[in-house]
Design a protein around this ligand. Structure first.
Ligand code: DAT
Ligand code: MG
Length: 155
């Protein structure tokens, strides 16, 4: 599809424990974002040092990493128009109590670090994070019969 973006999402251990995987995936499906990759990932210390490098000086860094390693996470790559910003909008602000009502974090969560979901926050982050968690051959291009209804003409 021309002019679309791809973004990386991780459904965190609290989403798995609380049986919210389906509800969260469903929100992206209903928006019309296309799931082009999806798998369980067992995060390790090294992956998290890279992924959360911008937080390495924070007091909560070690406990954040422990939190993320409690269970596997579900990694997804989502594709759509302005997918990076649109997914962040659907996810909501980092602090679930500051997130707008209607977002995943506001509707289903209460406090950090248990805010259910990670989503890339910029073009640069999306490219780096997709590469960090997925191999080329784990990403799929396919047509859906709903594409032209969701993406409009030119698809
Ligand atoms: P986001 O996940 O919205 O991109 P971030 O990159 O600043 O936010 O932080 C990554 C994660 O770290 C966040 O989803 C939850 C956790 N976190 C952020 N601030 C925290 C804090 N003050 N205490 C505990 N965990 C925190
Ligand atoms: Mg972030």
């Amino acid at each position: 599809m021309p002019d679309t973006q791809k973004t990386l999402v991780l459904l965190k251990p609290d989403a798995l424990q609380r049986d919210l995987l389906g509800d969260i995936v469903s929100r992206f499906e209903r928006k019309g974002l296309k799931i082009v990759a999806m798998k369980f990932i067992r995060l390790n210390d090294e992956m998290l040092d890279e992924h959360y490098a911008h937080l390495s000086d924070k007091s909560f860094f070690a406990s954040l990493k422990q939190f993320m390693m409690q269970t596997p996470v579900v990694g997804m790559i989502l594709e759509g128009y302005d997918a990076i910003a649109e997914v962040r909008k659907i996810v909501g602000s980092t602090n679930p109590r500051e997130a707008d009502a209607g977002t995943i974090r506001a509707d289903f969560s209460m406090n950090v670090p248990s805010n259910l979901i990670h989503a890339s926050d910029s073009d640069e982050a999306a490219v780096g994070e997709i590469k960090r968690f997925f191999d080329e051959d784990e990403m799929f291009q396919y047509e859906k019969i709903t594409d032209r209804f969701i993406f409009g003409e030119g698809v």
